[in-house]
Design a protein around this ligand. Structure first.
Ligand SMILES: C[S@@+](CC[C@H](N)C(=O)[O-])C[C@H]1O[C@@H](n2cnc3c(N)ncnc32)[C@H](O)[C@@H]1O
Length: 291
């Protein structure tokens, strides 16, 4: 892949970090085939600004060198994970779209009763990023156990980004904490000492013992998951996919939902206009039909 490159590491050179048309086609084609991601031309500058961070970190001279490094060298594995992490958007926060968690809270007592007390509620956070959604679900379910001590639940969090999942597993958060009520902060988090930015560690073994995290590319034709789910949260993920991938992913996700179970999408995502066996309960919340 050829382009005019600055002669040595020189991040003030006007060509530094610029993606040529040929490189843009290569990268977007690759990301579309592998992950279903749609990156329109207008996003070229965004792509450059994300990859230039890796160029800086590696003191690389050009995007061409970076592409060679990621796709051709034996060091690719670790850098490949960072490449995927930098390409994808990870914005998330605790209690995001809280009306959905309120909906879950109100629904669960009846839902659980119908399951029979010996059953387990299984929840999947598909595209969980750095874990805020997973821990929010853990808090919501654990709080419900105050009135329903027998409530047994498991939460699976999956994402395509290994660095994000590692961060989720650490459970240390220094931002995106604003929506957490003080009482919940005190109950579920401890302050991490000696940090410049005040950081909180999620510290509830009772909840974390019910959470498992794993890598899953939603664009894979088959999903390796431990069970079918009562509730699936796939929020602010399919918005990044092309139309075909969006439909295929929704189809595979809904196949993983138990009849009568619920699907939660992000505020600008919809399952309307598909032929999936779903009933729309309210915008972004769907129930899988029983037959
Ligand atoms: C904006 S975050 C959403 C996080 C969380 N669900 C929320 O709503 O706050 C989108 C996540 O989707 C993940 N993602 C993107 N493409 C994916 C794919 N093909 N398979 C699985 N996860 C993917 C990204 O890595 C990112 O962490």
């Amino acid at each position: 892949m050829s382009e005019k490159t600055p002669p040595a590491f020189d991040d003030s050179h006007p060509a530094y970090g610029k993606i040529s048309d040929e490189q843009f086609s290569f990268l977007t084609q690759y990301l579309s085939n592998k992950y279903g991601l749609r990156i329109p031309r207008e996003k070229k500058v965004l792509l450059e600004s994300r990859l230039v961070k890796r160029l800086h970190a590696l003191k690389m001279t050009s995007i061409a060198a970076y592409i060679d490094h990621v796709f051709k060298t034996e060091h690719a594995d670790a850098e490949y994970q960072l490449f995927v992490d930098h390409i994808t958007t990870h914005k998330t926060f605790f209690f995001r779209e809280n009306y959905q968690f309120e909906f879950l809270k109100n629904l669960l007592p009846d839902y659980y009763r119908r399951l029979g007390s010996t059953r387990q509620v299984n929840i999947w956070s598909a595209g969980c990023s750095t874990g805020e959604e997973v821990y929010t679900l853990g808090i919501v379910l654990n709080e419900l156990r105050n009135d329903m001590p027998s409530l047994d639940y498991r939460i699976v969090g999956s994402d395509v980004s290994v660095p994000s999942l590692k961060s989720a597993a650490k459970g240390v958060f220094s931002s995106e904490l604003e929506n957490i009520p003080d009482r919940i902060k005190e109950k579920y988090f401890t302050v991490v000492p000696g940090r410049k930015n005040p950081s909180l560690r999620f510290n509830s073994p009772e909840v974390t013992s019910r959470i498992s995290l794993g890598v899953l590319n939603l664009n894979n034709k088959q999903y390796n998951l431990p069970c079918h789910f009562d509730f699936i949260f796939c929020r602010n993920v399919i918005i990044y996919f092309d139309a075909r991938t969006r439909n295929e992913v929704l189809e595979r996700i809904v196949a993983r939902l138990k009849p009568g179970g619920y699907l939660f999408l992000g505020h600008s995502e919809t399952a309307l206009g598909t032929t999936l066996p779903l009933k729309s309960i309210q915008p972004t919340i769907y129930q899988k039909l029983m037959t």
